[in-house]
Design a protein around this ligand. Structure first.
Ligand code: 13P
Length: 263
């Protein structure tokens, strides 16, 4: 049975001075048997979040929000996957804000993914269409193309061993308060599994957890988790609010119990 995962993407929020305390509060408010929790703070806050969770005896994991595609070298300002050892065990790859602001292409995202897998990080690969692409009926083709581009250079067995997670985040739903419907997200999750099968990733197609992301709140999480093909959420804005995240993880706990996880 696939994991039920709630991942918090804090984006460019929090400081080393306050991130640990926020992580501690979130940890105490979101302990749900069977739900895998991941907190992804900015790089400079990884150590304080790691320490706060360790002090609390938490099983919540720490993730980074990106990694560089090379191991080391003259790349001013960048962080490579091996540098995260001891700091993070997960990493978000190919978030639409990085595609938009850092010019990340599917090919580059694939190289980052390969580095993450080699470093033993559990990757969350983000895919999702723009509003015009959804309105023109091209959403499935766009997401399938993103998957083909990102996974072309990645070894299917290695990615399966790394327990790859895919997050479907329609760009028009991110930070807008306008979420996809549960039915649309589920249809895309099915399309993602079909695309993985077409790529020859047949085992992964059934086993890969698929998260929905885009204006997830405690009020709408139930709509997504009612869909058997959706395995959790990648949460932005609401993940900085302990009350909101507590509601989201509590709902995920129902799904985890229904799947027999955490017993
Ligand atoms: P919001 O939940 O703020 O819409 O952000 C979603 C997201 O981008 C998570 O990675």
């Amino acid at each position: 049975m696939r994991d039920v995962i709630v991942a918090a993407n804090w984006k460019m929020h929090t400081t080393p001075a306050d991130a640990g305390e926020l992580a501690r509060i979130i940890d105490t408010r979101t302990r749900e048997p069977g739900v895998t929790r991941v907190i992804c703070p900015p790089f400079v806050c990884l150590a304080s979040v790691r320490d706060a969770l360790a002090d609390a005896g938490s099983d919540a994991a720490v993730g980074a929000q990106t990694v560089h595609h090379e191991l080391a070298g003259a790349y001013t300002g960048e962080i490579s996957a091996p540098m995260l050892e001891g700091l993070a065990t997960w990493v978000i790859i190919g978030h639409s804000e990085r595609r938009r602001d850092a010019g990340e292409t599917d090919e580059l995202i694939g190289r980052k993914l390969a580095r993450a897998v080699m470093a033993g990080l559990r990757p969350i690969l983000c895919v999702g269409e723009q509003l015009e692409e959804r309105e023109s009926g091209d959403a499935v083709d766009v997401v399938a193309r993103q998957l083909r581009g990102a996974l072309a250079a990645v070894d299917a067995a290695a990615a399966t061993d790394a327990r790859l997670v895919i997050a479907y985040e329609p760009v028009w739903a991110i930070g807008t308060g306008r979420n996809a419907t549960g039915a649309d997200a589920a249809a895309m999750a099915d399309a993602i599994r079909t695309a993985l099968g077409d790529l020859g990733w047949r085992d992964a197609a059934a086993d890969v957890p698929i998260l929905y992301g885009g204006s997830v709140t405690s009020a709408n999480i139930g709509e997504f988790l009612a869909e058997p093909s959706i395995d959790g959420a990648l949460v932005g804005g609401a993940s900085l609010k302990p009350d909101e995240l507590a509601g989201i993880v509590a709902r995920a706990g129902l799904t985890a119990r229904a799947r027999g996880l955490g017993a």
